[in-house]
Every structure is written in structure tokens, then in C-alpha cells.
Ligand binder design. Structure first.
Ligand SMILES: NC(=O)c1ccc[n+]([C@@H]2O[C@H](COP(=O)([O-])OP(=O)(O)OC[C@H]3O[C@@H](n4cnc5c(N)ncnc54)[C@H](O)[C@@H]3O)[C@@H](O)[C@H]2O)c1
Length: 252
């Protein structure tokens, strides 16, 4: 079989949350130019390629998620792929001290990263049952291992405990739903990226590189291989897995 056929996303209807963000834009544009019908859900509008559909939705609200899913179902009748790529970065996100970590910050991060991911799976899972399909949940290496305090010292970045807890939760949620929906031919998998370069402070980047086996940060487009694998029939026998694209970060 030709490789183009195996990784084909042509005419697939693909919903992506957080499509206005760093990885979301790269993923949406690439799926779109390769013939998928891309539907972005985000609370921030950005300029998109022609043909990409956009739904404004605050994922903190389960009601808004439900209404948005219903609108999309009404218009498209069914979908093939749901990509949960959103993440919360509320004010104070880089504050990492456990001692002063407050309830509100915890709730915002868990509600958007974990709770919204579940409710998106729940409402879109109903449509996916019709023909089967694929759910791709974005996790993080920080759902597998702790962030390393050393790389956030003396710079303005930081990775809070609630982020790690939420991404660990996304990986467990993925396994549960994969088993629950396997009989409906809905595959549920995670992509775990790490350290996507985004004009980071030199101070941070140097520390990061020292701890990375590949000695560099990730380029946004390096996410695409796994996105196309999991969005297409190439992954027809993969479910409940967590696919890493992290330059070996968790290998040592
Ligand atoms: N960038 C990295 O280095 C990295 C590393 C590991 C994992 N990840 C994961 O990859 C995914 C994409 O990361 P990114 O860096 O592109 O994210 P990003 O912060 O650039 O984009 C996140 C998107 O989510 C949207 N969003 C946030 N809160 C929302 C809400 N309440 N309602 C609707 N939309 C909301 C934002 O508007 C934004 O467009 C995330 O799940 C992230 O956790 C990223």
C-alpha cells in the first residue's frame, strides 16, 4: 500500500481544541492542507487557513462544551477525530511553591486540562460511536515525571503541581476510555510532547538542553508525525497508548 494511503486524512472531520495555540495552529493548518475538514474550538480566535471552521467556547464550562458539541453535530452529522490539545495557563501559572499554591489556581488548571478533556470525550464520544474514530489527548512528560526545579531557577518560567496532576490524569483517563469504547471502535490515545521551542529565554533553554539527551528543544512541526498516525487508519490497532515525542527526556 502507498504510504500516502496509510496516513491519509483526506475528508476526515477533525475537531481540535486549543487550535489557536502554539501546537494547535501547526496541527490545524497541516491537517487542513492535507485535505481534512478541521474544526477548531478555542476561547481565543486567531487567523486560520481558508476552510478551517472555528467555534468560540470557554472549556471551563461543561454547558458550553455540550452546546458546542451539539452545534458541531448539527452541522457535520458525525466526526472522525477529536484532538484534545487545549491547556490552561491562568494568571500565576508559573508560581510553583506548594506552600502558597491556592485553591483557585488548582481548580482552574484541573478544570480545563482534566475535567474539560473528560467532558469533550463524553459529548464527542457519542458522535464518534456512529462510525468509530479516534480521540487524541495531549498529555505531557510532566504527567509521567516531575518537572525539574533546576531548569526553572533564575528565569520567569515554572511548571505547577496542578499541571503535572492534570496531565497524569489525562493519561489514566485515556486508558479507561480506550477500554470502555473499544467495542465501538473508538480508539483513544495520548500524545506526550516535551519542551516545544517558543522563543524561550536563553537562560532556560541552556538549562533544558543540558538535561535533554538530544540536546535541543522540540520544533512544533515534530508533533505532526504522531498526529497523522493517530488521525489516520495507520493507527487502526492502537488504543490506550501514550505516544512520546520528547527527545528522550524520560529515557534517563
Ligand atoms: N508547548 C509545550 O512545550 C508542551 C509540552 C508538553 C505538553 N504540551 C501540551 O500540548 C498541548 C498544546 O500545547 P501548546 O503549548 O500549543 O499550548 P498553548 O498554550 O499554546 O495553547 C493552548 C490553547 O488552549 C486554549 N485555551 C486555554 N484555556 C481555554 C479555555 N478555557 N477554553 C478554550 N480554550 C482554551 C488557549 O486559548 C490556546 O489557544 C497542551 O495540552 C500542552 O499541555 C505542550
Amino acid at each position: 500500500m502507498k504510504i500516502e494511503k496509510i496516513f491519509n486524512v483526506k475528508n476526515k472531520i477533525i475537531v481540535i481544541t486549543g487550535g489557536s495555540g502554539l501546537l494547535g495552529r501547526t496541527v490545524s493548518k497541516s491537517l487542513n492542507v492535507n485535505g481534512a475538514k478541521v474544526i477548531v474550538i478555542d476561547n481565543k480566535a486567531r487567523k486560520f487557513n481558508k476552510g478551517i471552521d472555528f467555534y468560540l467556547c470557554n472549556l471551563e464550562s461543561v454547558n458550553e462544551i455540550k452546546r458546542t458539541a451539539e452545534k458541531i453535530q448539527k452541522k457535520y452529522k458525525s466526526i472522525d477525530v477529536l484532538i484534545n490539545n487545549h491547556q490552561a495557563k491562568p494568571l500565576g501559572f508559573t508560581k510553583v511553591d506548594i506552600e502558597s499554591f491556592d485553591e483557585n489556581l488548582w481548580d482552574q488548571i484541573i478544570d480545563i486540562n482534566l475535567k474539560a478533556t473528560f467532558f469533550l470525550c463524553k459529548y464527542f464520544g457519542e458522535f464518534l460511536k456512529k462510525n468509530g474514530g479516534s480521540i487524541i489527548n495531549f498529555a505531557s512528560t510532566y504527567g509521567l515525571v516531575s518537572s525539574n526545579k533546576k531548569i526553572y531557577k533564575d528565569n520567569s518560567l515554572g511548571n505547577p503541581v496542578a499541571y503535572t496532576a492534570s496531565k497524569g490524569g489525562v493519561i489514566s483517563l485515556t486508558k479507561y476510555l480506550a477500554c470502555y469504547w473499544a467495542e465501538h471502535n473508538i480508539r483513544v490515545n495520548c500524545i506526550t510532547p516535551h519542551g516545544v521551542w517558543n522563543k524561550h529565554e536563553k537562560e532556560f533553554e541552556e538549562k533544558f538542553i543540558r538535561l535533554s539527551p538530544m540536546r535541543r528543544m522540540m520544533k512544533a512541526e515534530e508533533i505532526l508525525g504522531l498526529v497523522f498516525y493517530l488521525s489516520s487508519n495507520a493507527s487502526s490497532y492502537s488504543t490506550g497508548s501514550n505516544f512520546l515525542v520528547e527527545g528522550g527526556w524520560t529515557a534517563w
